[in-house]
Design a protein around this ligand. Structure first.
Ligand code: FE2
Ligand code: FE2
Length: 239
């Protein structure tokens, strides 16, 4: 893609595919294919992470004629078959990112699921019981995997794909009691060490569409129920 040319991708999260809503996304994927150069799915691809749900989604993605990039969400781990979910989707041609990057038309997409832990100075720290330390270690591990993937990404334009939010701003609207479980600032701290054109995430079904990392990278909460500027269930983002 020539320098200075805009690249437009469609993004949405939290499809929560289950047997009862099969066939509901086929038309959407066909429409998106006409409007964007890539489709980016921000986790909770399935409702409970069964192989059947992954197969249904893979089937519907057959109606998508543009490259599909995705990360898993916490719901995709529920049944303990996350690796099988990944295999089904990867076999269907999806670029499933879990600490890796891929390129579409010279744009790098870097993806991890991310994890919880809270935001800013109120973020959970590695102190006290072993269970708390294990929880925080998971958040740190996801941030480090994002860092490694960002380091290896090539080209001038980079899009970070997450399930959990890297900032509190796009979680606004959710009950304050669950904020620490919606994302973690460790992700934003990592993002801000690199030049990132856009960050997309899901998981915050009742959050806010747009925000920025402390370093200024634009962040979009593309969870399915979130109202997007174009009035569609997906966001169209140009970088
Ligand atoms: Fe979700
Ligand atoms: Fe989620």
């Amino acid at each position: 893609m020539p320098k200075g040319t805009h690249f437009t991708f469609a993004s949405l999260g939290d499809l929560h595919m289950r047997e009862e809503n099969a066939s509901s996304f086929r038309d959407l994927f066909a429409k998106v294919s006409k409007e964007a150069s890539a489709l980016v799915l921000c986790g909770d691809l399935t409702d409970t992470g069964t192989v059947k749900q992954a197969e249904l989604l893979a089937e519907e993605l057959g109606g998508c004629s543009i490259p599909v990039v995705a990360v898993l969400g916490n719901h995709d781990y529920e049944c303990g078959h996350a690796e099988d979910v990944k295999t089904v989707l990867t076999s269907g041609g999806v670029h499933l990112l879990d600490g890796q990057s891929c390129q579409v038309d010279g744009v790098s997409f870097i993806g991890v699921k991310g994890f919880a832990g809270g935001f800013g100075s109120r973020m959970l720290s590695s102190f006290g019981e072993p269970a708390t330390k294990t929880f925080v270690a998971e958040a740190i591990s996801e941030a480090m995997r994002l860092e490694n993937a960002l380091r290896t990404a090539k080209g001038p334009r980079a899009v970070v794909v997450l399930h959990y939010s890297p900032i509190a701003e796009t979680a606004e609207g959710e009950p304050p009691e669950i904020f620490p479980f919606l994302g973690c600032s460790r992700l934003a701290e990592t993002i801000d060490r690199f030049k990132v054109s856009a960050v997309v995430h899901g998981h915050c079904h009742r959050g806010k569409y747009e925000g920025r990392t402390p370093g200024g990278a634009p962040v979009y909460n593309v969870s399915l129920p979130i109202k997007k500027p174009g009035g569609e269930p997906y966001a169209l983002i140009s970088i």
